[in-house]
Design a binder for this molecule. Structure first.
Ligand code: ADP
Ligand code: MG
Length: 238
C-alpha cells in the first residue's frame, strides 16, 4: 500500500478554477473521506489522482513516485464509481477479470483472486450472471470486487453508496468498514454525506469551493469545526 500526496494541485475548466493550489497527504493504509457539497470538486480531485483528468498545476505522488504525468493504467489505483460502470454484456466474473488482463496475472491466479474477492463480498453465487440480472447493491459489490482483485496501491471511491436505498447503504457501509479492517488499504472515499464520512474514515478532508476547509479526525471536525462552513455542513442532518 502507498501514500498519496497532492502538492499544490490546480484544475481549471475553461475560465473556472475548480481546484486551486491544493496540498494534502494521505498516509499508507489510511482511510480518508473527502467530504463536501455537490459541485465542490470532489470527483475532479479523485479523477486527477486516477489519471482520468489532467492536472493544470502541481504534482501528484503515489508511494513517493510522481504519477500525474502517467496514464491511468500505470498508476496502480482502482476506482469505484457511483454508477458501477460494469460492462453489461459481460458476466460478473468477466467484469472482475477484465481489469487483470493487462497486468500479466496467470489464469489460475485470476480465478483464485476473483473467488476470494467474491467470497468476501458475498457475491460468489452471482459470478456467472450479467449486471442486468443483479440488484443495485449486488452491482455495487461487484464493482467493489472488481477493484479488490486488482490489488491496487490505493482505492478511490466516488460516492459508491449514494445509489443504494437506506438499508442497503448502511449494510454496505458496514461491509466496507470490515473490508478495510482486513485489507488496511489506502482509501479515499468521496461523499457528500457527513454520517458516512464520520463512521468510515480515520480522517476527514472537508472541501469547499476550490480548497481544503479543514482536515481532522471525525471527532476533531465535529467538536472543533474550523469555520462557519464546516460547522454548518457537519452539523446539518443527512
Ligand atoms: P463534486 O464531485 O464535488 O460534486 P465535481 O468535481 O464533479 O464536484 O465538479 C466540480 C466543478 O467542476 C463543478 O462546478 C462542475 O460543474 C465542474 N466540472 C466538472 N467536470 C467538468 C468538465 N468536464 N467540464 C467543465 N466543468 C466541469
Ligand atoms: Mg462528484
Amino acid at each position: 500500500m502507498s501514500s498519496i500526496e497532492l502538492d499544490r494541485v490546480s484544475k481549471r475548466f475553461g475560465a473556472v478554477n475548480v481546484i486551486a493550489d491544493l496540498s494534502l497527504e494521505i498516509r499508507s493504509g489510511e482511510f480518508v473521506a473527502f467530504l463536501g457539497p455537490s459541485g465542490c470538486g470532489k470527483s475532479t480531485l479523485l479523477r486527477m489522482i486516477a489519471g482520468l483528468e489532467r492536472v493544470d498545476g502541481g504534482q501528484i505522488r503515489i508511494g513517493g513516485t510522481r504519477v500525474d504525468t502517467l496514464p491511468p493504467g500505470a498508476r496502480g489505483v482502482a476506482m469505484v464509481f457511483q454508477h458501477y460502470a460494469l460492462y453489461p454484456h459481460m458476466t460478473i466474473y468477466e467484469n472482475m477479470a477484465f481489469g487483470l488482463r493487462n497486468v500479466a496475472v496467470p489464469r489460475g491466479e485470476i480465478d483464485r483472486l476473483i473467488h476470494e474477492a467474491a467470497r468476501i463480498l458475498e457475491i460468489e453465487p452471482l459470478l456467472e450472471r450479467k449486471p442486468g440480472q443483479l440488484s443495485g447493491g449486488q452491482k455495487q459489490r461487484a464493482a467493489i470486487g472488481r477493484a479488490l482483485v486488482k490489488n491496487p496501491r490505493a482505492y478511490l471511491f466516488d460516492e459508491p453508496l449514494s445509489n443504494l436505498d437506506a438499508a442497503l447503504r448502511l449494510r454496505t457501509r458496514v461491509e466496507l468498514a470490515r473490508l478495510h479492517q482486513q485489507v488496511r488499504a489506502t482509501t479515499i472515499f468521496v461523499t457528500h454525506d457527513q454520517v458516512e464520512a464520520m463512521t468510515l474514515a480515520a480522517r476527514i478532508v472537508v472541501l469547499n469551493a476550490r480548497q481544503v476547509e479543514q482536515i481532522g479526525t471525525p471527532m476533531e471536525i465535529y467538536a472543533r469545526p474550523a469555520s462557519e462552513f464546516v460547522a454548518r455542513f457537519v452539523g446539518s442532518p443527512a
